[in-house]
Design a protein around this ligand. Structure first.
Ligand code: SF4
Length: 242
């Protein structure tokens, strides 16, 4: 499989895009969900369409109770299992010994190391053997994500990366979830548009960027955890498929 597979991925709506990916890619496809509203919309689409796509999540150990609640509700509602990938216990123990449980507040380096241990490395295991990776990225979520498009070839991981709702707005995503009674994280209604680990997420104020509540103590250019960054720390742009 190679990058030319992108030319076979298309569709005007997200379900058509997901179907075209499933038809174009013979092997394992993994959808990583963090149970945010975008991921919940995609979970609904995959489950209702009966597509052979594996559900996975990164259980960092610092999730909100509300996230765990919507996780259980989602599995129940759709009759699916979302496989959990957790941090390596030895690396985590070393981190806590050296930097403390909340060492991520001290410096960006220790924050990125925590994200590496709790998210980036487990993601590698979640994607092991996969030929495609589906995410809930939207282009208008933040300035840093405005290059996100439908599909890209992820050179580092050797797989296709699909963002089936890359061109949806927050409002459209919320309307879809409401119209289809999709379970959503209760924190969204409390001012949390983007939800990650509990100690690293706060509610946003009116007029703030959707991701302003993530790692708010860092600068505006630090709204990513490393899952979608290249080796230089830049967001990996998706290239539009034909
Ligand atoms: S979001 Fe915070 S708690 Fe979660 S992995 Fe990153 S630094 Fe650690």
């Amino acid at each position: 499989m190679s990058a030319d597979i992108l030319s076979r991925i298309s569709g005007d709506d997200p379900v058509a895009r997901l179907r075209s990916l499933r038809e174009a890619v013979p092997g394992r496809i993994v959808f990583t969900t963090s149970f945010g509203i975008e991921d919940q919309a995609i979970t609904h689409m995959i489950a209702e369409a009966g597509l052979d796509i594996h559900f996975a999540t990164l259980d960092t150990g610092r999730l909100f109770d509300e996230t765990r609640e919507v996780w259980a509700e989602t599995e129940d509602r759709y009759g699916i299992e979302v496989e959990a990938f957790r941090p390596d216990p030895d690396r985590l123990a070393d981190y806590i010994d050296q930097w403390g449980m909340n060492g991520f507040y001290d410096a960006q380096d220790t924050r990125l190391l925590c994200c590496e241990i709790r998210k980036v490395e487990p993601l590698k295991r979640a994607l092991a053997g996969a030929e495609a990776w589906i995410t809930g990225l939207r282009a208008d979520q933040s300035a840093g994500r405005n290059a996100v498009e439908l599909a890209s070839w992820d050179d580092a991981r050797g797989l296709v990366k699909l963002a089936p709702i890359f061109d949806w707005s927050r409002e459209r995503t919320a309307e879809f979830c409401a119209a289809n009674a999709v379970p959503v994280n209760a924190l969204h209604a409390k001012g949390y548009p983007s939800i990650g680990c509990a100690p690293c997420t706060r509610a946003v104020r009116p007029g703030e960027d959707e991701r302003a509540g993530r790692w708010w103590w860092e600068g505006d250019d630090a709204r990513e955890c490393g899952l979608h960054l290249d080796e230089k720390g830049r967001l990996v742009p998706n290239r539009r498929a034909a």
